[in-house]
Design a protein around this ligand. Structure first.
Ligand SMILES: Nc1nc2c(ncn2[C@@H]2O[C@H](COP(=O)(O)OP(=O)(O)O)[C@@H](O)[C@H]2O)c(=O)[nH]1
Ligand SMILES: [Mg+2]
Length: 193
């Protein structure tokens, strides 16, 4: 009898953040290597990808106010959370801060990434790299700037997510607080070049 490959437990990760910051486009970029029209996300949906042998079950959530109360259902069971904002939109950065405090107040902590998307729009930038990076550093979370449109740092981001997830043992995840404190990562953050 041939033995079946051991099925990897799905590693759930969630993208959260205000509407229109580019969550769906980031997932489309990493999954389909494309950038195109996205319909606004209703509720939540997921895509599965494998990066460096690590299976990621990526949940895309809706940022609109009417779906807001659903989002914690997704992030509470996630091993990593990507809080996304648009570097050209101050409100979305404030939104990201609100999402972070909501996560911090929830019982189970997780690996958190702050993601400043649309870094191709340099001339419209409102949140500097230093601003985003310092905020993340202060909170002990990772910082990445990405462009789903021009494919900047998207693979790097998800590779880092996979790497960090691979460090967590499932026994550790069950109820135990796990938050990245960026100790060894003094000039953390990954900006747009
Ligand atoms: N310039 C630019 N536009 C982007 C980028 N990512 C997404 N967008 C645009 O931002 C809008 C919202 O994207 P979407 O992925 O639907 O946002 P979501 O509501 O967070 O899922 C769309 O018009 C996208 O074309 C990016 O990296 N650069
Ligand atoms: Mg969406």
């Amino acid at each position: 009898m041939s033995s079946l490959p051991i099925k990897q437990k799905p590693n759930k990760i969630s993208l959260i953040g205000d509407a229109n910051v580019g969550k769906t486009c980031l997932i489309q970029r990493i999954k389909y290597k494309s950038f195109g029209n996205t319909k606004s996300t209703i509720g939540a949906c997921n895509e599965n990808i494998t990066i460096n042998g690590i299976n990621l079950d990526i949940w895309d959530t809706a940022g609109q106010e009417r779906f807001r109360s659903m989002v914690p259902l997704y992030f509470k069971s996630s091993k990593a959370i990507l809080i996304c904002f648009d570097i050209t939109d101050v409100n979305s950065f404030d939104g990201a801060k609100k999402w972070l405090s909501e996560i911090e107040n929830s019982a189970k902590k997780t690996i958190i990434f702050l993601v400043g998307n649309k870094c191709d729009l340099e001339d419209k930038r409102k949140i500097s790299f230093e601003n985003g990076n310092l905020f993340a550093k202060d909170k002990g979370i990772f910082y990445f700037e990405t462009s789903a449109k021009n494919d900047v740092n998207v693979s790097l981001l998800f590779e880092k997510v996979a790497e960090e997830i691979s460090k967590i043992k499932d026994t550790e995840f069950n109820g135990k607080i796990y938050i990245n404190n960026n100790e060894e990562n003094n000039d953390s953050g990954c900006g747009c070049l």
